[in-house]
Design a protein around this ligand. Structure first.
Ligand code: DGY
Length: 321
Protein backbone atom coordinates (compact mmCIF):
# COMPACT_ATOMS: atom_id res chain seq x y z
CA UNK A 1 0.00 0.00 0.00
CA UNK A 2 1.38 3.45 -0.82
CA UNK A 3 2.09 5.62 2.16
CA UNK A 4 0.66 9.16 2.46
CA UNK A 5 3.10 11.91 1.50
CA UNK A 6 4.04 14.50 4.07
CA UNK A 7 6.43 17.42 4.38
CA UNK A 8 8.10 17.90 7.76
CA UNK A 9 9.67 21.35 7.84
CA UNK A 10 12.51 20.50 10.27
CA UNK A 11 14.12 17.48 11.91
CA UNK A 12 12.03 16.96 15.02
CA UNK A 13 13.11 14.55 17.81
CA UNK A 14 13.10 10.84 16.90
CA UNK A 15 10.28 10.07 19.31
CA UNK A 16 7.84 11.62 16.83
CA UNK A 17 9.91 11.45 13.67
CA UNK A 18 10.22 7.65 13.83
CA UNK A 19 6.41 7.37 13.92
CA UNK A 20 6.08 9.76 10.98
CA UNK A 21 8.64 7.79 8.96
CA UNK A 22 6.91 4.49 9.73
CA UNK A 23 3.50 5.65 8.60
CA UNK A 24 4.36 8.18 5.87
CA UNK A 25 6.45 8.84 2.83
CA UNK A 26 8.17 11.75 4.54
CA UNK A 27 10.12 14.60 2.97
CA UNK A 28 12.06 16.02 5.92
CA UNK A 29 13.74 19.43 5.60
CA UNK A 30 17.30 18.71 6.76
CA UNK A 31 18.58 22.25 7.40
CA UNK A 32 18.64 24.40 10.53
CA UNK A 33 17.31 27.42 8.64
CA UNK A 34 13.67 26.90 7.59
CA UNK A 35 12.73 26.47 3.92
CA UNK A 36 12.30 29.78 2.09
CA UNK A 37 8.74 30.54 1.08
CA UNK A 38 9.16 29.43 -2.58
CA UNK A 39 10.73 26.17 -1.44
CA UNK A 40 7.93 25.57 1.05
CA UNK A 41 5.28 26.18 -1.60
CA UNK A 42 7.06 23.79 -3.99
CA UNK A 43 7.44 21.06 -1.36
CA UNK A 44 3.76 20.96 -0.38
CA UNK A 45 2.38 20.60 -3.93
CA UNK A 46 1.58 16.91 -3.71
CA UNK A 47 1.52 16.28 0.04
CA UNK A 48 -1.33 14.83 2.10
CA UNK A 49 0.02 16.22 5.35
CA UNK A 50 2.19 19.05 6.63
CA UNK A 51 4.12 19.05 9.91
CA UNK A 52 5.10 22.69 10.39
CA UNK A 53 7.08 24.75 12.91
CA UNK A 54 6.12 28.19 14.23
CA UNK A 55 8.63 29.64 11.73
CA UNK A 56 6.42 28.73 8.75
CA UNK A 57 3.57 30.91 7.59
CA UNK A 58 0.82 28.43 6.81
CA UNK A 59 -1.69 30.68 5.07
CA UNK A 60 -4.46 30.32 2.49
CA UNK A 61 -1.97 30.64 -0.36
CA UNK A 62 0.09 27.72 0.97
CA UNK A 63 -3.03 25.60 1.51
CA UNK A 64 -4.16 26.31 -2.05
CA UNK A 65 -0.74 25.27 -3.31
CA UNK A 66 -1.37 21.87 -1.67
CA UNK A 67 -4.66 20.62 -3.13
CA UNK A 68 -4.37 17.19 -1.44
CA UNK A 69 -3.64 18.58 2.02
CA UNK A 70 -5.69 16.73 4.67
CA UNK A 71 -4.00 17.85 7.87
CA UNK A 72 -1.72 20.55 9.28
CA UNK A 73 0.15 19.54 12.42
CA UNK A 74 1.95 22.44 14.08
CA UNK A 75 4.90 21.63 16.33
CA UNK A 76 3.86 24.22 18.96
CA UNK A 77 0.97 25.03 21.22
CA UNK A 78 0.62 28.47 19.62
CA UNK A 79 -0.93 28.46 16.14
CA UNK A 80 -0.64 32.14 15.23
CA UNK A 81 1.55 31.13 12.26
CA UNK A 82 -1.39 29.19 10.82
CA UNK A 83 -4.41 30.84 9.25
CA UNK A 84 -6.85 28.64 11.18
CA UNK A 85 -10.04 30.13 9.66
CA UNK A 86 -8.60 29.45 6.17
CA UNK A 87 -7.89 25.84 7.16
CA UNK A 88 -11.37 25.47 8.63
CA UNK A 89 -12.93 26.85 5.43
CA UNK A 90 -11.04 24.13 3.54
CA UNK A 91 -12.04 21.45 6.09
CA UNK A 92 -8.40 20.91 7.03
CA UNK A 93 -7.91 20.08 10.73
CA UNK A 94 -5.06 21.90 12.50
CA UNK A 95 -3.23 20.18 15.36
CA UNK A 96 -1.08 21.68 18.12
CA UNK A 97 0.90 20.42 21.13
CA UNK A 98 -0.69 21.71 24.37
CA UNK A 99 0.06 20.56 27.90
CA UNK A 100 3.44 18.96 27.41
CA UNK A 101 5.30 22.29 27.34
CA UNK A 102 3.49 23.95 30.24
CA UNK A 103 6.12 23.25 32.92
CA UNK A 104 9.13 23.98 30.71
CA UNK A 105 7.67 27.33 29.63
CA UNK A 106 6.65 28.31 33.16
CA UNK A 107 10.14 27.36 34.37
CA UNK A 108 11.64 29.62 31.72
CA UNK A 109 9.33 32.50 32.61
CA UNK A 110 10.48 32.19 36.21
CA UNK A 111 14.15 31.87 35.24
CA UNK A 112 13.86 35.05 33.17
CA UNK A 113 12.00 36.87 35.92
CA UNK A 114 14.65 36.02 38.50
CA UNK A 115 17.50 36.82 36.10
CA UNK A 116 16.11 40.25 35.22
CA UNK A 117 15.00 41.14 38.75
CA UNK A 118 18.33 40.05 40.29
CA UNK A 119 20.46 41.28 37.36
CA UNK A 120 22.07 37.91 36.74
CA UNK A 121 23.07 38.48 33.11
CA UNK A 122 24.37 41.99 33.87
CA UNK A 123 26.57 40.55 36.60
CA UNK A 124 27.77 37.79 34.34
CA UNK A 125 28.74 40.24 31.58
CA UNK A 126 30.57 42.34 34.17
CA UNK A 127 32.68 39.41 35.31
CA UNK A 128 33.48 38.28 31.75
CA UNK A 129 34.51 41.84 30.83
CA UNK A 130 37.18 41.68 33.56
CA UNK A 131 35.55 44.51 35.56
CA UNK A 132 35.16 42.64 38.89
CA UNK A 133 37.61 44.34 41.26
CA UNK A 134 35.91 44.08 44.67
CA UNK A 135 32.66 43.46 46.59
CA UNK A 136 30.52 46.55 46.86
CA UNK A 137 27.59 47.30 49.20
CA UNK A 138 25.52 49.16 46.62
CA UNK A 139 26.41 47.47 43.37
CA UNK A 140 23.90 45.88 40.94
CA UNK A 141 21.06 45.99 43.43
CA UNK A 142 17.95 44.15 42.28
CA UNK A 143 14.43 43.48 43.47
CA UNK A 144 13.14 41.51 46.44
CA UNK A 145 10.69 38.68 45.81
CA UNK A 146 9.06 38.01 49.18
CA UNK A 147 5.93 40.15 49.48
CA UNK A 148 6.17 41.52 45.93
CA UNK A 149 3.21 41.33 43.55
CA UNK A 150 3.34 39.22 40.41
CA UNK A 151 0.76 40.07 37.73
CA UNK A 152 0.01 37.33 35.21
CA UNK A 153 -1.66 38.34 31.95
CA UNK A 154 -3.33 35.25 30.47
CA UNK A 155 -4.23 32.63 33.09
CA UNK A 156 -4.39 29.45 31.04
CA UNK A 157 -2.22 26.39 31.62
CA UNK A 158 1.13 28.21 31.51
CA UNK A 159 -0.01 31.30 33.42
CA UNK A 160 -1.33 29.04 36.19
CA UNK A 161 1.92 27.07 36.28
CA UNK A 162 3.75 30.37 36.84
CA UNK A 163 1.34 31.19 39.70
CA UNK A 164 2.09 27.77 41.22
CA UNK A 165 5.82 28.51 41.18
CA UNK A 166 5.21 31.97 42.67
CA UNK A 167 3.74 30.38 45.82
CA UNK A 168 7.21 29.12 46.73
CA UNK A 169 8.59 32.66 46.58
CA UNK A 170 5.96 34.28 48.84
CA UNK A 171 4.70 36.42 46.01
CA UNK A 172 1.21 37.91 45.99
CA UNK A 173 -0.26 36.86 42.66
CA UNK A 174 -2.91 38.71 40.66
CA UNK A 175 -4.03 37.88 37.15
CA UNK A 176 -5.98 39.28 34.23
CA UNK A 177 -7.95 36.77 32.18
CA UNK A 178 -11.72 37.16 32.01
CA UNK A 179 -12.12 33.52 30.93
CA UNK A 180 -10.19 31.83 33.78
CA UNK A 181 -11.13 30.86 37.30
CA UNK A 182 -8.84 31.62 40.27
CA UNK A 183 -6.18 28.99 41.10
CA UNK A 184 -2.97 28.73 43.14
CA UNK A 185 -3.99 31.62 45.40
CA UNK A 186 -4.11 34.13 42.52
CA UNK A 187 -6.69 36.91 42.55
CA UNK A 188 -8.45 38.08 39.36
CA UNK A 189 -8.19 41.83 38.64
CA UNK A 190 -8.81 44.04 35.63
CA UNK A 191 -5.93 44.87 33.33
CA UNK A 192 -5.45 48.42 34.59
CA UNK A 193 -5.23 47.28 38.21
CA UNK A 194 -2.71 44.61 37.23
CA UNK A 195 -0.52 47.11 35.38
CA UNK A 196 -0.63 49.59 38.28
CA UNK A 197 -0.10 47.14 41.14
CA UNK A 198 2.42 44.60 39.84
CA UNK A 199 6.11 44.59 40.63
CA UNK A 200 6.58 41.78 38.12
CA UNK A 201 4.43 41.10 35.05
CA UNK A 202 4.49 37.87 33.06
CA UNK A 203 2.69 37.49 29.72
CA UNK A 204 0.87 34.26 28.81
CA UNK A 205 -1.70 35.21 26.19
CA UNK A 206 -1.89 33.78 22.67
CA UNK A 207 -1.16 36.20 19.82
CA UNK A 208 -4.46 37.41 18.37
CA UNK A 209 -5.69 40.69 16.91
CA UNK A 210 -6.74 41.69 20.48
CA UNK A 211 -3.38 40.92 22.08
CA UNK A 212 -1.10 42.32 19.33
CA UNK A 213 0.84 45.22 20.97
CA UNK A 214 -1.30 44.85 24.10
CA UNK A 215 1.80 46.03 25.94
CA UNK A 216 2.22 49.41 24.25
CA UNK A 217 3.31 52.87 25.41
CA UNK A 218 0.00 53.34 27.26
CA UNK A 219 0.28 50.04 29.14
CA UNK A 220 3.96 50.61 29.97
CA UNK A 221 3.15 54.07 31.35
CA UNK A 222 0.84 52.45 33.92
CA UNK A 223 3.56 50.14 35.27
CA UNK A 224 5.60 50.87 38.40
CA UNK A 225 9.16 52.22 37.97
CA UNK A 226 10.43 48.99 39.57
CA UNK A 227 8.37 46.76 37.23
CA UNK A 228 9.99 43.79 35.52
CA UNK A 229 8.22 42.58 32.36
CA UNK A 230 8.64 38.99 31.17
CA UNK A 231 7.44 37.74 27.79
CA UNK A 232 7.46 34.02 27.02
CA UNK A 233 4.23 34.22 24.98
CA UNK A 234 4.65 35.78 21.53
CA UNK A 235 6.88 38.70 20.54
CA UNK A 236 4.20 40.92 18.96
CA UNK A 237 2.22 41.04 22.21
CA UNK A 238 4.75 43.76 23.14
CA UNK A 239 5.38 46.88 21.04
CA UNK A 240 9.21 46.80 20.78
CA UNK A 241 9.64 50.54 20.18
CA UNK A 242 7.52 51.40 23.20
CA UNK A 243 9.40 48.86 25.30
CA UNK A 244 12.75 50.29 24.21
CA UNK A 245 11.64 53.81 25.21
CA UNK A 246 10.35 52.60 28.60
CA UNK A 247 13.54 50.68 29.39
CA UNK A 248 15.92 53.36 28.13
CA UNK A 249 14.23 56.10 30.19
CA UNK A 250 13.96 53.73 33.23
CA UNK A 251 10.20 54.16 33.18
CA UNK A 252 10.28 50.45 34.10
CA UNK A 253 13.16 48.58 35.72
CA UNK A 254 13.79 45.70 33.32
CA UNK A 255 12.41 43.28 30.77
CA UNK A 256 13.22 39.69 29.88
CA UNK A 257 12.11 38.39 26.51
CA UNK A 258 12.08 34.82 25.27
CA UNK A 259 10.14 36.00 22.22
CA UNK A 260 10.54 39.13 20.12
CA UNK A 261 9.09 41.04 17.20
CA UNK A 262 10.46 40.09 14.75
CA UNK A 263 12.10 36.70 15.24
CA UNK A 264 14.98 36.35 14.93
CA UNK A 265 15.71 39.78 16.38
CA UNK A 266 18.13 41.68 14.08
CA UNK A 267 21.56 42.19 15.66
CA UNK A 268 21.17 45.94 15.28
CA UNK A 269 17.95 46.02 17.34
CA UNK A 270 18.20 48.90 19.86
CA UNK A 271 16.88 46.53 22.54
CA UNK A 272 20.22 44.73 22.42
CA UNK A 273 22.02 47.89 23.55
CA UNK A 274 20.19 47.92 26.87
CA UNK A 275 21.65 46.45 30.06
CA UNK A 276 18.17 46.16 31.57
CA UNK A 277 16.81 43.92 28.81
CA UNK A 278 17.48 40.19 28.65
CA UNK A 279 16.79 38.51 25.33
CA UNK A 280 16.99 34.80 24.60
CA UNK A 281 16.07 33.02 21.33
CA UNK A 282 12.60 31.53 21.94
CA UNK A 283 13.67 28.72 24.28
CA UNK A 284 10.55 28.39 26.45
CA UNK A 285 9.85 24.77 25.52
CA UNK A 286 13.48 23.86 24.87
CA UNK A 287 14.03 20.95 27.22
CA UNK A 288 14.77 17.42 26.06
CA UNK A 289 11.69 15.67 27.44
CA UNK A 290 9.38 18.52 26.43
CA UNK A 291 10.56 18.52 22.83
CA UNK A 292 10.32 14.70 22.72
CA UNK A 293 6.70 14.92 23.86
CA UNK A 294 5.93 17.76 21.43
CA UNK A 295 7.28 15.62 18.59
CA UNK A 296 5.12 12.71 19.69
CA UNK A 297 1.94 14.84 19.87
CA UNK A 298 2.72 16.43 16.50
CA UNK A 299 3.25 13.01 14.90
CA UNK A 300 0.03 11.66 16.45
CA UNK A 301 -1.94 14.64 15.14
CA UNK A 302 -0.44 14.25 11.67
CA UNK A 303 -1.14 10.52 11.45
CA UNK A 304 -4.68 10.82 12.82
CA UNK A 305 -5.44 13.45 10.17
CA UNK A 306 -4.01 11.28 7.41
CA UNK A 307 -6.20 8.39 8.57
CA UNK A 308 -9.26 10.63 8.55
CA UNK A 309 -9.56 10.34 12.34
CA UNK A 310 -10.11 13.24 14.74
CA UNK A 311 -6.78 14.77 15.81
CA UNK A 312 -5.94 14.15 19.50
CA UNK A 313 -5.28 17.91 19.80
CA UNK A 314 -7.26 19.87 17.26
CA UNK A 315 -7.69 23.67 17.38
CA UNK A 316 -10.52 23.82 14.81
CA UNK A 317 -12.87 21.01 15.82
CA UNK A 318 -15.50 22.78 13.69
CA UNK A 319 -14.10 20.85 10.71
CA UNK A 320 -15.76 17.72 12.13
CA UNK A 321 -19.29 19.14 12.39
C1 DGY B 1 4.82 27.10 21.41
O1 DGY B 1 4.70 25.88 21.49
O2 DGY B 1 3.90 27.82 21.03
C2 DGY B 1 6.14 27.69 21.82
O3 DGY B 1 6.22 29.05 21.59
C3 DGY B 1 7.27 26.97 21.16
O4 DGY B 1 7.54 25.92 21.92
Amino acid sequence: MTKPKVFVTREIPDKGLDLVKEFCDADIWPHEIPPARAELVARVRDVDGLLSMLTEKVDAELMDAAPRLKVISNFAVGVDNVDVPAATARKIPVGNTPGVLTDATADMAFALLMSAARRVTEGERYVRAGKWKTWSPQFLLGADFAGATLGIIGFGRIGQAVAKRAQGFDLRVIYFDPSSQPAFGATPVDLDALLHESDFISLHVPLTEETRHMINAGALSKMKPNAVLVNTARGPVVDPQALYAALKSKQIFAAALDVTEPEPLPVDSPLLELDNCIIIPHLGSASKHTRDMMSLLAAQNLIAGLKGEQLPNCVNKKVYY
